[in-house]
Design a protein around this ligand. Structure first.
Ligand SMILES: [Zn+2]
Length: 476
């Protein structure tokens, strides 16, 4: 009897301990994948069986509001910092910082100046400061030295490196002797072909099918490496794409002398730096120039874009209506697809899917903000979040019940430059340690009660024997 009880007690105690420690998100592995320019509704343009498999066995968010401007570098930096562009400082693919007197240009691959990235700290660095290792296959910014650090493993950017080679590196890093817990994987399409063909082109069908096959290849390799069931895979993108046309062109030279200003960034959000003393002249010339062009003085930029409190936002921005293209003159090339427009437009929105032990199965959520991914990643990796503009509370319904969810969540206060406050994750970390402590106390208390009962059931043998001796007649 006693040995059975002891056995049961040990099983129960082991169970309690394992529950306590299975809650430890330290063990979580996360692979974040971005297919550049994958618009949310591409999933339904052609059969995409691999994406649908992930959705059926994982989660999907229908509408992801990304950040203004809906360009590649600003949005990729938001995904890994949780910050709006005015707060993380990568406000465009092409920038000029008047304080640094320096330029940044994706077109010229002049993106390696650390100072453009250091207004924020990306998650691959925070993850490593917490004692883990990060690995990145071409994710924008991961081959730039930021705050004196690189990811533990990374690939210098080279567009000609195949998807398969990038996947091979990611798998190698996740399965090495000192494995990474965070992987970041980037692929340039369907953005490249979306610009070239325009999203409405029937030729986009095969491009989307090809991305689905690439996802299938990634899934196959993860299964082969025994990672598929243990790793949390998040598939997203930076922005969508909209159809442009030769009939929808705004030619700045028609309205404005090009000697009066510098065009820092082009379409569809023209960043205009007037030459000294020419601000009023430039503004007046552009303000009512074209019915499909809205011109803002920097201080008039709508609050909802979170796009005015940064030196790298130019004194005047001119924003084209959806599908319109801004050129200085028509001798410049025109793309049939573009993005960068108002982030309230559905066509600018990317996909979001996730699969793995941390996520619910076959669950669809209506909407989220791309800033919410960062606190979710920090939560999964169990690392402290830097101040951010997202909220874990808004996306915690994506998580399965086996992951710790009942924690003290508070939304990070809106961040403005110079007014950063600690993000929500610090409180979550505290809640996690409180959980572990409480779990341990329960186990200890259980043991005390159990041994007390065990001792009491053996030591007071005399009175009970006396009781038996006192009743001989009954037994007879
Ligand atoms: Zn992009």
């Amino acid at each position: 009897m006693t040995s059975k009880l002891l056995c049961a007690a040990f099983v129960l105690a082991a169970l309690l301990l394992s529950i306590t420690f299975s809650l430890q998100p330290d063990q979580q592995k996360v692979l974040l994948v971005s297919f550049d320019g994958f618009r949310w509704d591409y999933l339904y343009r052609v059969p995409t069986p691999h994406f649908h498999h992930v959705m059926k066995h994982g989660v999907r968010v229908k509408q992801v509001t990304n950040i203004f401007i809906t360009k590649t570098y600003p949005n990729h930096y938001t995904l890994v910092t949780g910050l709006f562009a005015e707060n993380h400082g990568v406000v465009a693919n092409d920038m000029f910082d008047p304080m640094l007197n320096k330029s940044f240009s994706l077109d010229n691959m002049n993106i390696y100046d650390s100072e453009f990235w250091e207004e924020a700290t990306p998650i691959w660095i925070t993850n490593q400061r917490a004692g883990h290792a990060s690995g990145a296959a071409m994710w924008p910014g991961t081959d730039v030295k930021i705050h004196e650090s690189f990811p533990a493993h990374y690939m210098p950017y080279n567009a000609s490196v195949s998807f398969e080679e990038r996947v091979a590196k990611i798998i190698e890093w996740f399965t090495s002797k000192e494995p990474i817990n965070l992987g970041l994987l980037y692929w340039e399409d369907p953005d490249d072909m979306g610009h070239h063909l325009g999203p409405d082109s029937p030729l986009m069908g095969p491009v989307i099918s090809d991305i689905d096959n690439k996802l299938g290849y990634l899934m196959q390799m993860l299964k082969k490496a025994n990672l598929w069931d243990t790793l949390n895979l998040i598939i997203t993108s930076d922005h969508g794409m909209t159809q442009c046309s030769e009939e929808r062109v705004i030619e700045l030279d028609q309205y404005l002398d090009k000697d009066l200003y510098l065009l820092i960034d082009g379409s569809p959000v023209a960043a205009i730096l007037p030459k000294e003393g020419k601000f009023d002249e430039v503004y007046e010339a552009l303000a009512h120039a074209h019915p499909n062009l809205t011109v803002y003085k920097k201080e008039e930029i709508p609050e909802r874009w979170h796009y005015k409190y940064n030196n790298r936002v130019q004194p005047i921005i001119a924003v084209a209506d959806e599908g319109w293209h801004i050129l200085q003159n028509k001798s410049e090339g025109l793309m049939l697809g573009n993005h960068g427009y108002d982030n309230a437009l559905a066509e600018m929105h990317p996909i979001f899917l996730a699969h793995g032990p941390a996520f619910r199965k076959n669950f669809t959520k209506e909407a989220m903000s791309s800033t919410d991914l960062y606190p979710l990643l920090c939560h999964l990796l169990s690392i402290p979040a830097m101040p951010h503009n997202g909220s874990l509370r808004r996306v915690q319904d994506l998580l399965s019940s086996t992951t710790p969810r009942k924690m003290a969540h508070t939304q990070s206060p809106p961040l403005h430059r110079g007014h950063g406050k600690p993000g929500e994750h610090e409180q979550e970390s505290n809640a996690y340690f409180i959980g572990v402590t409480l779990g341990s106390i329960i186990v200890i208390v259980f043991f005390i009660i159990f041994f007390k009962h065990l001792i009491l059931s053996q030591i007071p043998a005399l009175p009970s024997m006396q009781g038996e001796i006192a009743q001989p007649l009954l037994q007879a």
